[in-house]
Design a protein around this ligand. Structure first.
Ligand code: KG4
Ligand code: ZN
Length: 347
């Protein structure tokens, strides 16, 4: 690494059901990346089956890393560090990526960097090269299958957690309601597609404002959708029997989605005002939702930064982007580093 040469990071991500690797230069330029989704493998279970996930990562990780290095036309000698997701995530899945990263770092004598997955989602926004770098203070809303977090950043790598979900994550609520409506897994895109043909004003589902806090709650909303569906079709059981014809799926999906979007957008904008945020960043799988994106674009007064669709869901470029920052900040992790399945973003 010198002033002329770009800093090149190999990123590895295996926290859930996506095996991913990427080569990123200077924390902003994706040279190559690959994501192998296991969605088909888990679809039958209506959610991620941890044991199957870790075994699928084992089969996929080596060829995937090989591929991104080949596509970037680099070998490990011209990589500056290996950055790997340390947590949060499924322990058995994280271990596969971690061990791959350790093997590569040890074999090639490279620095090893353990990265928080949520931090990765935040830095996915820096990967949009033609977009100016986000200004601080920055308010980040991370909405994924496992997390709903509101984070204030005063500068790089500095996180203050303002609040988060008290029960279901936003993506989890999408997945559970999709299962109830017989729309399959992953639920977010399925609900969004169904909602496109529905009227969001049909059902007045509750919004949990939790005033005076920056927290969220989606379990009451989920229960309310379940109650409504049972009234319409008493025999229905989530994931056991699919809805019978006649259920107004589009209207249910649209009304549910609107309730989630309203709370996420309103509370985030309130926090942005309160903390004088110069920009709002929305990241994580649920940030792929067009309803959420348009609501932010329409209602926000400060710039709203959202990653391009392919970087909203889990990927390794975002892990490499953080790796770049952390390498410059002097982080080096030891070869006995353990994974951290629960690791809040507060460091
Ligand atoms: O960030 P991510 O890929 O994995 C986790 O770290 O959890 O997020 C996955 C979540 C799933 O719950 C999925 O249903 C949701 O993001 N999701 C969406 C959309 N695309 C993915 N939710 C709403 N609308 C979407 N278009
Ligand atoms: Zn994620």
């Amino acid at each position: 690494m010198n002033d002329q040469q770009p800093t090149r990071i190999l990123g590895i991500e295996t926290s859930c059901d996506e095996t991913a690797a990427a080569v990123v230069e200077d924390g902003r330029r994706i040279v190559s990346q690959a994501v192998a989704s296991q969605a088909d493998l888990h679809a039958a279970y209506g959610g991620v089956f941890p044991e199957l996930a870790s075994r699928a990562h084992i089969e996929t990780i080596y060829p995937l890393v090989r591929r991104v290095l080949d596509e970037a036309h680099v070998d490990l000698d011209s990589v500056d560090a290996v950055a790997v997701t340390r947590g949060p995530g499924l322990a058995g899945s994280l271990v596969v990526g971690m061990n791959m990263a350790k093997g590569l770092a040890l074999g090639a004598g490279l620095p090893l960097l353990g990265i928080n997955h949520l931090e990765g989602h935040v830095y996915s926004v820096w990967l949009v090269e033609d977009q100016p770098e986000p200004a601080f203070p920055l308010l980040a809303l991370i909405v994924s299958g496992g997390h709903t977090e509101l984070i204030l950043m005063q500068e790089h790598l500095n996180y203050r957690r303002l609040g988060g979900t008290l029960d279901d994550a936003a993506g989890e609520a999408f997945d559970k309601v999709a299962r109830l409506l017989g729309l399959g897994y992953p639920g977010g895109p399925a609900i969004e597609a169904a909602a496109a043909g529905g009227d969001p004003a049909t059902f007045a589902f509750p919004r949990a404002w939790l005033e005076g806090t920056w927290d969220f709650s989606f379990s009451g909303l989920k229960t309310s959708v379940l109650r409504e569906v049972r009234e319409l079709q008493p025999s229905i059981q989530a994931g056991v029997n699919p809805p019978e014809p006649g259920l107004p799926i589009a209207d249910l999906a649209a009304s549910f989605q609107q309730a989630v979007v309203d709370v996420l957008v309103e509370k985030t904008l309130l926090a942005a005002g309160e903390f004088g945020a110069k920009a709002i960043l929305v990241a994580g799988g649920v940030s792929a939702n067009q309803g959420l994106r348009s609501a932010f674009a329409e209602r926000a007064k400060s710039p709203v930064l959202v990653p391009p669709l392919q970087l909203c869901t889990d990927n390794a470029a975002m892990i490499a982007a953080v790796g770049h920052r952390r390498l410059l900040a002097g982080q080096r992790d030891a070869l006995d580093m353990d994974v951290l399945p629960t690791w809040p973003l507060t460091q």
